[in-house]
Design a protein around this ligand. Structure first.
Ligand code: NAD
Length: 450
């Protein structure tokens, strides 16, 4: 999650001599458009956006409006550690655009969370919702912390305090958080309870990804991984790669990566490499995914799992396979390692795992990509179903959720494939073009207030 402020998007430079001395001396500091969000991930997002916007010949006003998130909150707040010490944390929430509806997006807990990272992820959420035809704009948030070093009680205090800070800008018709890295049903329950205490009545629709008993939906936990599997199968079919004979390598063995591994394993594919934050396991004969999931349930991390040879989290990306699935962090496939990736298809279950420089190398090598916008959209699609059920106070059964998820994804795959053919580009640019056109049209029709 490296953050670079060396190369701001659009070549915009911060003026003034910088540093606290000049600030205290009252020197003028000019902040140019886009500077607030400067980060490596924002650079990736803006580069991708501009490539697709060029295809559409998008006018400069629409471009400028969509390249500045509508609103952002930075909250610095203290919590009491189990030791009794007070420690301050920083949390963010970026709401990209509400042109299509209330904003929607995950909350992550990770050491590299920043305003710029949340801005990039919020922009992608807007485009993902637009591609899938969901009535939401994009948002993203998180707290900068190392969740592996926090107790459950500390996680609860962070979640509740962060939720309190966000109360003025979130709501079931305003902005609806969801799980992301290191957050799940447990954190969503605390979040929902905190918001409900503030407003004085139970409000299940404030978050998605809740447990069933609190107004969650069937199928939400597995939705992102299942969606990625459905999208991978669709592209594998087009490339003539049979699932039962395919070797799959997956970086990340959490909610998303673990589900993809299990879905692929159950379909007869050979999962030849997996990894988590403690490192990777490679086994050309195939890893017993059930055993690996059992190991994680008992030991929390993959380290020590005896089902293969140990390797590094970065090294496992170069495992020979038919399908490589980054399902952990952003910016994992770069100009440095893209030439050594040894797969026939890349399926981006994580958000932003491939840099634009790596995109160019993979394109030249003829390796197609199922982009994150589509590959991990199963999560927000079932989140939409959860929100719709909460609004209606009426629950759907698992079959209904499953068949509607498949229907939404198949329609989006069709839209992407058609646009790819029309513009003669890969699925990333095609998906972004479809999505940008939709958001820009909504913004145009709503015009400018006041
Ligand atoms: P998670 O916290 O459940 O799992 C993350 C996995 O990545 C864990 O196995 C963790 O050990 C591993 N990991 C963390 N740091 C790593 C490192 N430095 N090297 C290798 N592995 C590392 O998170 P998740 O919900 O599975 O999310 C994974 C990705 O999917 C993220 O990019 C997230 O934004 C994206 N995503 C998640 C959802 C969802 O519904 N949870 C929806 C859309 C997109």
């Amino acid at each position: 999650m490296a953050e670079s402020i060396d190369s701001p998007p659009g070549g915009v430079e911060r003026r003034g001599s910088g540093g606290w001395d000049s600030v205290l001396a009252g020197e003028a500091h000019e902040v140019s458009p886009g500077n607030e969000w400067r980060s490596e991930l924002w650079r990736v997002a803006v580069t991708q956006f501009n490539r697709a916007a060029d295809l559409l010949d998008l006018n400069p006003d629409a471009r400028a409006r969509l390249l500045e998130p509508r609103r952002a909150i930075v909250a610095n707040f203290p919590i009491r550690r189990d030791s009794g010490e007070i420690e301050s944390f920083t949390g963010y929430r970026v709401q990209h655009t509400s042109a299509l509806g209330p904003t929607k997006g995950g909350v992550r807990y990770a050491p590299g969370v920043s305003l710029g990272e949340c801005a990039a992820l919020a922009l992608w959420m807007s485009l993902k919702c637009a591609l899938l035809g969901l009535p939401f704009g994009g948002a993203k948030g998180g707290v900068r912390c190392d969740p592996n070093r926090l107790s459950a009680a500390e996680m609860e205090r962070i979640t509740r305090r962060f939720a309190s800070e966000l109360v003025p800008v979130i709501g079931p018709d305003q902005d609806i958080p969801a799980p992301d890295m290191a957050t799940g049903e447990r954190e969503m329950s605390w979040f929902m309870d905190t918001y409900s205490q503030h407003v004085g009545h139970p409000t299940p629709g404030i978050v998605t990804g809740k447990p069933l008993v609190l107004g969650g939906t069937e199928g939400r936990k597995a939705a992102t991984g299942l969606g990625a599997t459905i999208c991978a199968e669709a592209m594998m079919d087009r490339l003539g790669i049979g699932v039962p004979s395919a070797r799959i390598a997956i970086q990340g063995f959490g909610n998303v990566g673990g589900t993809i591994a299990k879905e692929m394993f159950d379909r007869g594919a050979r999962v030849v490499a997996i990894c988590d934050v403690t490192g990777g396991i490679v086994n050309p004969d195939g890893i017993d995914v059930d055993a690996a999931l059992g190991w994680i349930a008992e030991n929390r991390f993959l380290r020590g799992f005896p089902g293969g040879t140990a390797t590094s989290a970065g090294g496992m990306l170069e495992t020979p396979c038919e399908v490589l699935v980054p399902a952990a962090l952003e910016c994992q496939i770069t100009a440095e390692n893209a030439g050594r990736i040894d797969c026939r298809l890349l399926v981006e279950a994580a958000n932003g795992p491939t840099t634009p420089e790596a995109d160019a190398i993979l394109a030249a090598r003829g390796i197609p990509i199922v982009p994150d916008l589509l590959a991990n959209a199963g999560g927000v699609t079932v989140s939409y179903f959860e929100w719709a059920q909460d609004q209606q106070r009426y629950s759907w059964d698992a079959n209904e959720v499953g068949s509607r998820l498949r229907g939404h994804l198949e329609a989006a795959i069709e839209r992407i494939a058609l646009a790819a053919e029309r513009y003669g580009v890969g699925w990333r640019e095609a998906g972004q073009a479809v999505a940008i056109a939709r958001v820009a049209e909504a913004a145009r029709l709503r015009s400018v207030y006041p």
